[in-house]
Design a protein around this ligand. Structure first.
Ligand code: NDP
Length: 463
């Protein structure tokens, strides 16, 4: 019999929190979990899931156009934003219900309240004011879009949180940022018929990705009609006529739009969580510091997912939760593996990637082989769409291991998942070469690029 109310108290009902709570409860532990907003967290409620649904919605405009090349006549088209928002709401409510059901089914106690630490093993539930104790506490409270308070007029801007539920579809939008969220939403809004401008401070969008897919996506987005302003920033936002917004930019003058959306990164939700009272230390970005086993600086307190700012991705939070349970409740110390994480950007066209960029590989290895194919996807031949697919493999010449794979084009995310397995398994270029192609697919390029396009030796490109 433990002296605590619970074996485990989880703060935060998102991907990492729910997984750790549900698994621990299913092992017979006495578990409670608290969530102040909606179970499912960012991913289910205002992130990955609704985003992907909106990506699908936004793709229909191109599907209708492309159909003509295949003999179809498509009639009058109309888009109903409110119908999409309502359908999305229904789906995320269903998923939220499944999360709750999974927790309850495993025997966890579910609280709908904010919870804060008040001591090393103590949590206060804001709704009731009650304090409970737990042997172990998991903090999995996620993050929120950076409000960019230094920007005059930032309070007139929206973030991805609001973008999903705008009462009306804007006629025009200015999106600040060049990362995942900015790029994905620029494509969503454009596809839904919104006049879309992206403004990014750097030379090229998606700074952490391979140059080829960055350039290729930039060109494809401009070809569609999305305006991209690089090496520029918004200096202020003010209320314009008829509820519109006037954004003053450094280089491109004033832009008057219906909405300004900031997508400038996400910050951990650590404010007001009682971390100091419990002895949990944060870093300079406010993220909870953890060791290789997600242990914070306070014994018995663990942190998972975006609040630790290791890698802000749903599957990573889930993996960290599973490692926590393995370590603490199954006597099998398991440290999360953050190496070679495959990821996708749901831009249009999509990006799928795993491993090093060309720059990273060239810095890391004495010599690399670069295999690169750029081609018109088969569907584009009849649709007439001017789009290019890019497939790129980076190989360490010394051991022939594939160190990076990058794809721009349809279903790149799906391909990245499978490439993730190959790279994780340490496959060499020879393994790729002896794999039979699946024909006719775009992915067959991955196994039919027999000769390097070029090599990079000691950082210098050679033939
Ligand atoms: P990102 O970190 O991807 O991008 C932030 C962008 O904002 C960068 O382009 C950055 O520029 C720019 N920026 C940051 N600060 C400023 C500033 N002060 N002024 C101007 N520009 C600025 O963050 P997101 O908000 O797009 O997404 C947050 C996280 O969520 C991502 O890192 C990702 O892990 C996750 N996510 C994953 C998705 C997926 O898997 N498909 C989808 C959506 C989100 P610079 O590059 O120059 O630093």
């Amino acid at each position: 019999m433990t002296a605590f109310d619970y074996d485990l108290f989880v703060i935060g009902g998102g991907s990492g929190g729910v997984r750790s709570g549900r698994l621990a409860a299913s092992l017979g532990k006495k578990v409670a979990i608290a969530e102040e907003f909606r179970y499912g967290g960012t991913c289910v409620i205002r992130g990955c899931v609704p985003k992907k649904l909106y990506v699908y919605a936004s793709q229909y405009s191109e599907h209708f156009e492309d159909a003509a090349g295949f003999g179809w006549t498509v009639g009058e088209r109309r888009f109903d934003w409110k119908a999409l928002v309502a359908a999305k709401e229904q789906e995320i409510t269903r998923l939220e219900g499944l999360y709750r059901k999974g927790l309850a089914g495993a025997g966890a106690e579910i609280f709908d309240t904010r919870a804060e630490l008040v001591g090393p093993h103590e949590v206060r539930l804001s709704a009731s004011g009650k304090t409970v104790t737990a042997e172990r506490i998991v903090i999995a409270v996620g993050g929120h879009p950076t409000p960019h308070e230094a920007l005059p007029g930032h309070e007139l801007c929206i973030s991805s949180n609001e973008a999903f539920d705008l009462p009306d579809l804007p006629r025009s939008i200015l999106i600040a940022g060049g990362g995942y969220i900015a790029v994905e939403f620029a494509n969503i809004f454009h596809g839904l018929g919104v006049e879309t401008t992206l403004i990014y401070r750097g030379k090229e969008i998606l700074s952490r990705f391979d140059q080829d897919v960055r350039r290729g996506l930039h060109a494809a987005m401009e070809e569609k009609g999305i305006r991209i302003l690089c090496e520029d920033i918004i200096q202020s936002v003010s209320a314009g006529p008829e509820g519109r917004r006037t954004a003053r930019t450094m280089k491109h003058g004033e832009l008057v739009v219906d909405q300004v959306m900031l997508a400038l990164g996400r910050v951990p939700n650590t404010r007001g969580l009682g971390l100091e009272a419990a002895g949990v230390k944060t870093n300079e970005r406010g993220a909870i510091m953890v060791d290789a086993y997600s242990r914070t600086t306070a014994p018995g307190i663990y942190a998972l997912g975006d609040v630790t700012d290791r890698v802000q991705l749903t599957p990573v939070a889930i993996h960290e939760a599973m490692c926590f349970v393995e370590t603490e409740y199954k006597n099998n110390p398991t440290s999360p593996d953050h190496d070679l994480i495959a990821t996708a950007v749901f831009s249009q066209p999509e990006i799928g990637t795993v491993g090093m960029t060309e720059e990273e590989a060239a810095r890391t290895f004495e010599e690399i082989e670069v295999y690169r194919a750029e081609f018109r996807p088969m569907k584009a031949t009849l649709s007439g769409r001017k789009e290019k697919m890019v497939i790129k493999l980076l190989v360490n010449a010394a051991d022939r291991k594939v160190a990076g794979a990058h794809i721009l084009g349809h279903d790149a995310g799906e391909m990245a998942q499978l490439l993730g397995i190959s790279l994780k398994a340490g496959c060499t270029k020879d393994d790729f070469d002896r794999t039979m192609a699946v024909h006719p697919t775009a992915a067959e390029e991955l196994v039919t690029m027999y000769r390097p396009s070029y090599r990079v030796r000691k950082g210098e490109r050679v033939a």
